[in-house]
Design a protein around this ligand. Structure first.
Ligand SMILES: *Cc1c(COP(=O)(O)O)cnc(C)c1O
Length: 456
């Protein structure tokens, strides 16, 4: 059966704020035109992120109530470790409170000055943690990933020619590890093929460089492999995930994504010596090895979440819902990054508002207008996040100007999706009224979170 509806029924509901356009004009002005500064009480539909915004199942809530809060050796830890080992096959599982804590601990051991770490595309916290350790983060996505209108199956793939060139130029001894992010979040949630993971491992093995997966969306990636890659049509999501992990020496995960929970993360690793160093750092900065900064009941919810995320009906609904929004927008002529990926729809702001120059932040202007029009919060991923001025005061724009509509898991229904599409189509029809913007205040690092804006 092909699913055109949510494969669940609703047992508990949360009311959402309904506001007037006049109120929203005031709220966004008070927030200095930065959706990050809006109170969630003002937001009707929140598409800021899919991270930690999942709706948990009744079985997860039951597991929370049944949590065993023992400091050491809680049964919830053993449930969590068992399912994560079953999926990933890693010898050591090290729990953390979220993904970036896993990154900080891993790079605390493998990063450091003069180290170079390639990835298809580093997520911003991954890059941040690497650079904080004084290592160099290098992005090597395939070229197709930069063409938003090109339809291809695996635009998240690593560029293997570029990877080998980097190894030969910089020397394998300076590359303690390489990463692949599945799906490629910063590149539009695009999947990575099994073939690409396998060949990356093969190439790295030639130079004795270990491969790590940034596996936040491993189940969504596995679903794309099942649907798009030859030979995987009849495999289960778990079998596909197991094969993906079999090529890796380790992994970092933010369980706020495919853990179907509101918090959590882990490191998986096979190397005994590195695992020992990681556990020492874990105890110093996160917590004991059987909870890693989490309440034990969170581990219980995660153990159940990892079982539920392997359900193909869930994944069909999940990926289908994102595609449904993408199709509604495409049919109305709204330019989006194609094809839709795993966790959201990305508007192409350059095509949406071509009259606004990148240095006047077309994505930010669109995000503000989407809020004013329908109370929907989205997130600019363009020159606000990645643009900068060089030493001579020349503006260097981001490679892409995008607005991300991230879809929280199991939270919104088909009619919410239709309302989102109607709102954005209205903004698109009135796109000539979108106004250029400027930054009036910014922090020295990761400015997009707190910057203040105004219209020119
Ligand atoms: C969310 C995310 C992280 C960081 O995880 P947090 O739980 O937010 O700390 C790392 N990598 C990718 C690809 C992510 O999507």
């Amino acid at each position: 059966m092909s699913l055109s509806f949510e494969p669940f029924k609703i047992k508990s509901i949360e009311s959402i704020p309904i506001t007037t356009k006049e109120e929203r004009l005031n709220y966004i002005k008070e927030a200095n035109y930065n959706p990050f500064s809006l109170k969630s009480d003002y937001i009707t539909i929140d598409l800021l992120t899919d991270s930690g915004t999942t709706a948990m199942s009744s079985k997860q809530w039951a597991a929370i109530m049944d949590g065993d809060e023992s400091y050491a050796g809680s049964r919830n830890w053993f449930e969590f470790e068992s399912i994560v080992k079953e999926i990933t096959g890693f010898k050591h599982i090290i729990p953390t409170h979220q993904g970036r804590a896993a990154e900080r601990i891993l790079f605390g051991v493998l990063g450091g000055p003069n180290k170079i770490i390639p990835n298809n595309t580093h997520f911003d916290t991954t890059r941040g943690n690497l650079e904080y350790s004084k290592a160099v983060a290098v992005d090597l996505p395939v070229k197709e990933s930069l063409d938003t209108s090109l339809i291809a199956d695996f635009k998240g793939n690593m560029d293997l020619t570029a990877l080998e060139k980097l190894i030969l130029e910089k020397g394998a001894e300076n590359i303690p590890m390489a990463m692949i992010t599945i799906t490629n979040n910063s590149g539009g949630g695009q999947p990575v093929s099994m073939e690409n993971i396998r060949n990356t491992k093969k190439l790295l093995a030639k130079y004795n460089i270990p491969l790590y997966l940034d596996c936040c969306r491993f189940a969504e990636n596995a679903y794309f492999i099942k649907k798009r890659e030859k030979g995987y049509e009849n495999k289960s999501i778990k079998e596909i995930a197991q094969e993906m992990f079999s090529y890796a020496d380790g992994a970092t995960m933010s369980s706020k994504k495919d853990g179907l929970s509101n918090t959590g993360g882990f490191i998986g690793i096979n190397d005994d010596k590195i695992a020992e160093d990681l556990k020492t750092l874990l105890i110093v900065t996160e917590g004991f090895i059987t909870y890693g900064g989490l309440a034990r009941r969170d581990l219980a919810a995660l153990a159940q979440g990892f079982r539920e995320v392997l359900d193909e009906n869930y994944l069909e609904y999940r990926i289908g819902q994102v595609k449904y929004l993408g199709d509604l927008l495409t049919n109305a002529g709204v330019p989006i990054l194609k094809p839709t990926g795993g966790h959201g729809v990305y508007l192409d702001a350059k095509l949406f508002a071509p009259h606004i120059k990148p240095e006047n932040f077309p994505g930010q202007s669109i995000a503000c207008e989407i809020f004013v029009e329908g109370g929907i919060r989205s997130c600019e991923i363009g020159s606000v996040m990645f643009g900068s001025y060089d030493g001579n005061g020349v503006f260097e724009p981001a490679k892409l100007e995008l607005v991300r509509l991230a879809i929280p898991r199991r939270v919104y229904t088909k009619s919410h999706i239709e309302f989102i599409a109607e709102t954005i189509i209205k903004v698109y029809q009135n796109r000539n009224n979108l106004r250029p913007m400027k930054i009036t205040w910014q922090a020295p690092f990761l400015r997009h979170f707190t910057a203040k804006f105004d219209y020119l």
